[in-house]
Design a protein around this ligand. Sequence first.
Ligand SMILES: Cc1cc2nc3c(=O)[nH]c(=O)nc-3n(C[C@H](O)[C@H](O)[C@H](O)COP(=O)(O)O)c2cc1C
Length: 254
Amino acid sequence: MELFDAITQRRTHRGAFRTDAISQADLDQLIQAAQWAPSPFNTQPWEFLIIREAAGKNALAELTAQSVVDQFKDSTFLDDNRHWIRLTEAEWEERGDGVLLTDHVDLPPMFRKDPSKLKPLLKHAKHLSILGHLGAGKLPAKEISELVRTSPLLILILMDSTRRPPGEGGGRWMWLGMGAAIQNLLLRATALGMGTQFVSASLERQADRERIQEIFNIPNSHEIITLLRLGYLDSIHGKSVRLPPSTVVRYENY
Ligand SMILES: Cc1cc2nc3c(=O)[nH]c(=O)nc-3n(C[C@H](O)[C@H](O)[C@H](O)COP(=O)(O)O)c2cc1C
């Protein structure tokens, strides 16, 4: 696969994967791709915790489910979400950013045909937390935790803070290196026919991150940067949108 094709065809895959395990040869390539990313002073601050056994998957699935249930009760979180939720494909395409609601949750039948009916609800997203307290988060929580539990492969991406580069900006530069490594991994996964998804819910809260450190015996020197789920797909597909390039480029002067 051409590099540019991998870049543009990579999609966040929010559905199930094929059930076959990721081969060790392919996994080695993912890690190698990540390792060849640039990093400040060539510090290479990344480490990869590979999870293939049920125990680890179940623990992360459980934490994911609980955090999604809690997010649906969190009025600030819901209100922040509203700016980036697009109700219809037409709106999503026109705006060129954000996420399509129906890619993330299965809507109740009354909204399925015309999700734009949700607009007034979204306007007062803060109030949706009442529904959250009534248990509205349980279904999406079950769906995403099931996807985590059944993924052939999960990777916890860690940053070793002892490998911090010198200088005041060291922390920032380390994060940039982490981003480069993760993108390299995602692109290699795409080229190898895999789908990938960031699963952030269980890493939002400090207490949950600490729990994950404990469960997986991750030393305090290591920060959990993200959780990825991966698996082979029969075909790479899915839609996404981007802003027109002209809106993000400035020439010579802002
Ligand atoms: C740091 C980060 C966290 C993300 N967290 C999630 C997540 O928790 N769940 C999810 O479905 N997608 C997550 N995404 C994926 C984005 O929603 C996705 O990249 C964006 O909507 C563009 O879609 P595309 O990746 O298919 O092009 C995350 C992406 C990044 C970079």
